[in-house]
Design a protein around this ligand. Structure first.
Ligand SMILES: O=P(O)(O)O[C@@H]1C[C@H](O)[C@@H](CO)O1
Ligand code: HPA
Length: 288
């Protein structure tokens, strides 16, 4: 299996001069982050050996290499979800490829519905921790024989969202004047693709979940397993309906719409975070 990741990494290394230290996974409607990379090399997922395909609207299906504020990055414009029918190994495949490419920091973004009472659509939540519901019942990308080359059989998950990066992001939000809609909280992954019933929403709320979505946790588990530093952001695109009296209902178009509305704020925050984070960067000259 290690060979499969290595083959993809080798193919990418032979097709771009960029040697990224930071990888970004863009959530629903947040793919524009990739457009701001300079000196781009972009590949359709369908052209990359071993890569799965994106099937969800709002996930373009391109891997973009380039520079952001002088730092070399690789950006997934579109991610893979369990509900698309991919195995968890496939949904997290790019994370191990990034590791083999020399990436040290993974930034994950997603669209999520809020359960916390003080949260509102348009808020940006720094992910402090997650509840991996599929993982709790054995649907875990690390299931099966452990690959010791990536990490240990029983990895700790008690500190998978880097505290230093969380603090830095909050400082940056204050400086950028967007602290008013910044939050920090717990993200829970459910399998999807249906949105939650009211009883499910109430259950999640009681369990202390602040935001719910259908991705991210498996990627972060695989990243933490292989020693990547992780930073995560949820864009709150809707309130999860918790009352039988509430006539509102959520839909994917609405999710994408809030993504468009806040895309610039998310982009500015992530750009500044990358610019200010410490990495052993090695920009390759004359990459075009
Ligand atoms: O890829 P993310 O987690 O941002 O996508 C969310 C969850 C579903 O895929 C979709 C629902 O609108 O957005
Ligand atoms: O309300 C939601 N539930 C699950 N996933 C989501 N992704 C965006 N909004 C939601």
């Amino acid at each position: 299996i290690h060979d499969d990741y290595q083959k993809t990494a080798d193919w990418l290394t032979s097709h771009t001069k960029h040697r990224p230290k930071v990888a970004i996974i863009c959530g629903s409607g947040l793919g524009m982050l990739a457009d701001s990379l300079k000196c781009q090399d972009a590949f359709a997922y369908s052209d990359i050996p071993g890569f799965p395909q994106s099937t969800v609207q709002g996930h373009a299906g391109r891997l973009v290499f380039g520079e952001l504020k002088g730092k070399t990055c690789v950006c997934m414009q579109g991610r893979f979800h369990m509900y698309e029918g991919h195995s968890l190994c496939k949904t997290t495949f790019p994370v191990r490829v990034f590791k083999l490419l020399g990436v040290e920091t993974l930034i994950v973004t997603n669209a999520a519905g809020s359960l916390a009472d003080g949260f509102h659509p348009g808020d940006i939540m720094i992910i402090k921790d997650h509840v991996n519901f599929p993982g709790l019942v054995g649907l875990n990308p690390l299931s099966g024989p452990n690959d010791d080359k990536f990490g240990p059989r029983f990895p700790a998950m008690s500190d998978c969202y880097d505290k230093g990066l969380r603090c830095l992001a909050m400082d940056i939000a204050k400086q950028q004047g967007v602290a008013g809609f910044m939050q920090e909280g717990v993200y829970a992954m459910v399998g999807g693709p249906n949105f939650e019933t009211i009883a499910e929403a109430r259950l999640l709320h009681r369990l202390g979940v602040d935001a719910v979505g259908m991705s991210t946790a498996p990627e972060v588990v695989v990243a933490a397993h292989c020693g990547l530093r992780v930073f995560g952001l949820s864009l709150i695109t809707n309130k999860v309906v918790k009352s039988y009296e509430d006539s509102e209902s959520v839909n994917h178009e609405g999710v994408l719409e809030v993504g468009r509305l806040r895309s610039q704020a998310v982009q500015q925050l992530v750009t500044e975070l990358i610019s200010r984070m410490e990495i052993n960067n090695n920009i390759v000259k004359n990459a075009d």
